[in-house]
Structure formats: C-alpha cells, structure tokens
Design a protein around this ligand. Sequence first.
Ligand SMILES: [Zn+2]
Length: 244
Amino acid sequence: MATKSYEIQLDSHIVPYSVRISNRAKFMRLVISRDRGLEIVTPKKISPSKAKRLLKDHSVWILGKIKIIYEIAEYNQFRPIVEGNRILFLGKKWSLRCDESLNPKGIFFENKAIYLNFTSLNQLDNPQAIIRNLLTGWYKNQAKEIIHHRVEYYSEKIGVQFNKITIKNQKTRWGSCSSLKNLNFNWRLIMAPPEVLDYIIIHELAHLKELNHSPEFWELVQSVCPNYRHHESWLKNYSQLLTF
Ligand SMILES: [Zn+2]
C-alpha cells in the first residue's frame, strides 16, 4: 500500500486529495472520510491526468460530501452539553441557557434558547449526564405532542386510520408500523427539520395503505411529499446530528 498527496481546484475550492494504491482494491474508486479526506483508491498506479479527470467528473459529488463533513464537524464543536452550546430542535440550533429563577421549575424554550433551571451547568458534578437526562425527557414529551398532531393532519390527508402512536428510543430506526395500524416513531426525529419529520410520518402512514415499498407506495408518498428523496438523503447524511 502506498499513498501520495496532491491538490486540485474544483470550482472555487482547492481540495487536497491522496492516491492510495491498494492490493485489495478491485477497481478504482473515490472515498471521502473525515479522517483521511478525499482519496482515490486504486489497484494500480494511475497517471496524474487520469486522476484529475476522475476528480473533475465527480466534482459535484465530492463538493457535496465535503460540505456535509464540514457542517457536521462545525456543529460537533458545539455539541458537548454545556451552557451556551447549541442543541437541535426541529432543525434549528438553540443555545442552552441556565436560569435559577425559572418558574415553574423545568425546561422551556424562548428566543432561540432552551432554558434550564440551574445557576450554571458548569457547577454541577456531572452536568452532561444530568442535562442529557432532563433534555431527553423534555424532547420525548415534545416529540409525543408534535408527532401526534402531524399524524392526525396527514392521516386525514392520505385517508387512512391509525390505532396507536408510540414514541420510541431507537438507535437507527426512524419509524415503523404494524398490521394493527400502530405507529412507532423515534423521538430523535424532533431534532430534524420539520419537513424531514413530516416525511417519516407520511412514509409510515402510506404503509397503512401500501404495505411494501412498491411503485404504488412511492407514488402515494410523492403525491403528499414531492421532495421525499431530498428528505431521505438528509436523514442519511445528517443522522449523526440527531443525538446529544
Ligand atoms: Zn417503509
């Protein structure tokens, strides 16, 4: 295995990249990761002009991926749950604030901030764990309320009846439904932009009419949610933001 580093101009960006010759690679491919950046992985040596052409041909894909990595890294800087840092709610970044005089005691949000009733988070022994628990409970309640409301709205629009809604704590699944017309949703969706949350709701409600991912199913989804592909790829690209 051998790696060499170069750079290339794509649009107005200078993008560093490396060429890695790998015995295990069967064909030439592009890989982008946070740790290693942009790489051409290839089974055998390639000429600089071939490398450049490959990168230019895929510039839209490359710049799109780099933008996502940059946005996630930028948000991660503010991720630790300490006062002043940001936290996502319905796709917007709210800053975390403390105020001992809060009445009633609890959590509330106002003016782009989520307030908690402490003088300072930094005075607590294990502020991250305490705040994470408090916020999780608050987010789950918000998810329950908002998701119920949206499910009612879209079930009427699609013309389906549902039985029960359960808000779940899942690592990877966003929503599911059962033959008994029960719907399950992941509370973390409440951190995503509202249109992404709506898409998952529409997706599960559409399954009450069309059980499989058949062309008829996607047609139904698209009739209610024309940009559903965009929302799907948002979830795929940014799902790691939906945690705290
Ligand atoms: Zn599905």
